[in-house]
Design a protein around this ligand. Structure first.
Ligand code: PRX
Length: 648
């Protein structure tokens, strides 16, 4: 691959035209034609993509809209996602190909061929079955970024159990709420995980959460760090002990599932109240995510794919665990922190493992950018051919640094917009040679604008509308909505069908409400601005103001609390809170620290507020709702907007 600098052309703002010489060609020969086909014949298009995978029984109907917005995909089809992640590959030469390369933070390494991964998954699936876990049962997985998280998720899917993975950075209350809501029978954790040279005490946190979670009958514990932990002889079992028993046979039948059977639930923050369990199913999710990695990251057998996301978030579910396997790819997983022990850790591993595609979040890029380019420049990272970004808008400065310093002006950046709910990319660039460079008259695939996710993916249609649901002119900000169903779409909120309809499909009937505001430019490129609801994206992590507020209010000193997000150089958005104290308590630095730590204990370190302000009152509507919009405007010295509903 020649390291020729990409040709740059000025058009509207800055447009980057990837240089044809540095692109390896893509699986998709004609993007325009595919996009046109998919938009003309949505179901025909997705049926063709589904045929690229293996099914036990083919579907009768590609898309059933009769109960919309409860759309159903590939109805009548029989399949298990694991059949296409593992079973399909171990029948071919790929059985000897590397599926997973792993490095722990202390530097230990493990690799798994497809054959080896399949064997581990089979063994663990047999263990789960022997413990009485059946199709439809929920299993909570609370593990660090170690191979066992991948094995546990796949083993659940293989036997038809529904996994509910809780991010290892969440703490007692967040974990407790998720276990309680999901009625999990089993929890899987580790004695700890390494992060920044320290041990995250996952088992201790789980033990505390389980004191009030009666549904969990057993806990399986992976030995990772070897530190002393308490094992409850009635409830807790070591993973390695179980995997040595005769029940852990390496042969295991994959449960045949209906395409619409649940695969997993994943909790995410929404507009109000506690996090909701987003439900994804085997068939449509499998087809949708498979197609996106195949097309957008042009995944090949010789690639080494690194999605840096934690499997505890949707990016990890879709693009770390399931989709590389669906595509028969080799992927890399790293346990620890990006700058441990030094800020070259990532670049060192890219060099060592010859990573070809890096998919990460803007916050990580900004964080590593701070340390300067000398760190990446110490390493030969020329194996990289494509880069990706996800989770929040990427500011053009970070985009350009990523493009120049990491991509050496050779690697196109795929800025993929999507959500826990969408399961798969919905707005994304393509790694293609621009067809009409410089024409400026119409949108074209391949040309990149820093900060824009470019255009909707095949079959997707997006629009920007005003409060009344009317499309706004190009260049104006509005609410981003999706107009057509897609196969990996959420199938609902587990246990709360009404909330699903209300939250996503009621504001503009027939249109899916994303919760984001955005603009579209005259080339048809979409520019995401950010959330317009009570969700805060802190370092790309999705948190709800309501959760942070209730964590604060659970402290005896706090009478009322409000949380807002304000711009932050590295985190994108940081949490700022306003607290009214109960009588008998007075503001102090010690109390401020105590409250921050309290939120850390309840929710996890990522939710610790950047700032806590003690106030006497909060701006509220006459019906008593906190006007966070007003707090945000005041904090930034901006106009307060319409305050006619303000209480006082
Ligand atoms: O605000 C958008 C932002 O992340 C939200 C979805 O968060 P979550 O469900 O945690 O999923 C994150 C990973 C897909 C969106 O509503 N977001 C995600 N990707 C982008 C983005 N904002 C701008 N550009 C993106 N590429």
């Amino acid at each position: 691959m020649s390291p020729t600098a990409a040709k740059k052309t000025k058009l509207e703002g800055e447009v980057f035209y990837p240089n044809p010489e540095t692109l390896t060609g893509t699986h998709v020969p004609d993007w325009e034609a595919q996009a046109a086909q998919a938009s003309k014949d949505l179901t025909g298009y997705w049926a063709r993509r589904a045929e690229e995978l293996e099914w036990v029984r083919k579907w009768d109907t590609v898309l059933d809209e009769s109960k919309k917005p409860f759309y159903q995909w590939f109805v009548g089809g029989k399949v298990n996602i694991v059949q296409n992640c593992l079973d399909r590959h171990v029948k071919t030469w790929r059985r000897n190909k590397l599926a997973l390369i792993w490095e722990g933070e202390p530097g230990d390494q493990r690799t798994f061929s497809y054959h080896a991964l399949n064997r581990e998954v089979n063994k663990f699936a047999n263990v789960l079955r022997a413990m009485g876990i059946k199709k439809g049962d929920r299993v909570t997985i609370y593990l660090p970024r170690i191979p066992e998280i991948v094995i546990a998720m796949l083993a659940c899917a293989k036997i038809g159990a529904v996994h509910s993975v809780v991010y290892g950075g969440f703490s007692v209350e967040s974990l407790h709420g998720r276990i309680l809501d999901s009625h999990s029978k089993l929890a899987i954790t580790a004695d700890g995980g390494w992060l920044n040279g320290k041990i995250v005490k996952l088992k201790d946190i789980l033990d505390e959460a389980l004191q009030r979670s009666p549904s969990v009958e057993h806990v399986i514990v992976v030995k990772r760090t070897g530190q002393e932990i308490c094992m409850d002889p009635e409830r807790d079992l070591w993973y390695h002990d179980l995997m040595m028993l005769p029940i852990a046979s390496p042969k295991c039948e994959t449960e045949v599932m209906d395409a619409e059977d649940p695969l997993y639930i994943l909790y995410t923050s929404g507009t109000t109240g506690k996090p909701k369990a987003i439900l994804h199913t085997h068939g449509g999710y499998m087809v949708g995510i498979y197609a996106t990695l195949h097309d957008v990251f042009d995944i090949r057998d010789e690639d080494r794919w690194w999605c840096t996301a934690d499997p505890g978030w949707v990016t990890g579910h879709s693009y770390m665990v399931y989709v590389p396997l669906l595509n028969g790819a080799t992927s890399f997983l790293y346990e620890g922190a990006p700058s441990y022990p030094y800020p070259n850790r990532w670049w060192q591993m890219i060099e060592k493992y010859d990573i070809t595609i890096l998919y990460t979040a803007p916050t990580a890029i900004r964080g590593l950018m701070r340390f300067g380019e000398a760190w990446p420049n110490r390493h030969d990272i020329s194996s990289l051919r494509l880069l990706g970004s996800v989770g929040e808008p990427i500011n053009p400065e970070a985009w350009k640094w990523y493009h120049r310093v990491i991509g050496k002006e050779r690697c196109p950046i795929m800025d993929t917009w999507w959500q826990t709910e969408t399961g798969m990319f919905m707005i994304t660039p393509t790694p293609s040679v621009p067809l009409k460079p410089g024409s400026g008259t119409r949108p074209y695939f391949g040309a990149l604008k820093p900060g824009s996710g470019t255009r909707p993916y095949f079959g997707a249609a997006a629009e920007i509308v005003d409060e009344a649901g009317k499309p706004v002119p190009d260049g104006e900000e509005g609410f981003l909505v999706l107009l057509k169903p897609w196969p990996a779409m959420l199938r609902g909120i587990y246990g709360d069908p009404d909330r699903y309809v209300k939250q996503y499909w009621s504001k503009y009937p027939g249109k899916y409400l994303t919760g984001d505001s955005a603009k579209r430019d005259k080339d048809g490129y979409f520019w995401i601005i950010g959330r317009v609801d009570d969700v805060i994206k802190v370092s790309g992590y999705r948190l709800g103001t309501a959760e942070i507020e209730s964590a604060l209010v659970s402290h005896p000193a706090v009478a009322e609390a409000a949380a807002i997000g304000l711009p932050h150089e590295v985190k994108g958005t940081a949490i700022h809170t306003f607290v009214i104290l109960r009588s008998g308590y007075s503001p102090s630095l010690e109390l401020m620290d105590e409250l921050r730590n309290h939120v850390g204990h309840e929710m996890g370190p990522i939710a610790k507020p950047e700032e806590i302000k003690f106030v006497d009152s909060l701006p509220k509507t006459r019906s008593g709702k906190i006007m966070r919009r007003v707090l945000k405007a005041r904090a930034q010295g901006l106009p307060e907007g319409d305050v006619s509903t303000l209480e006082d």
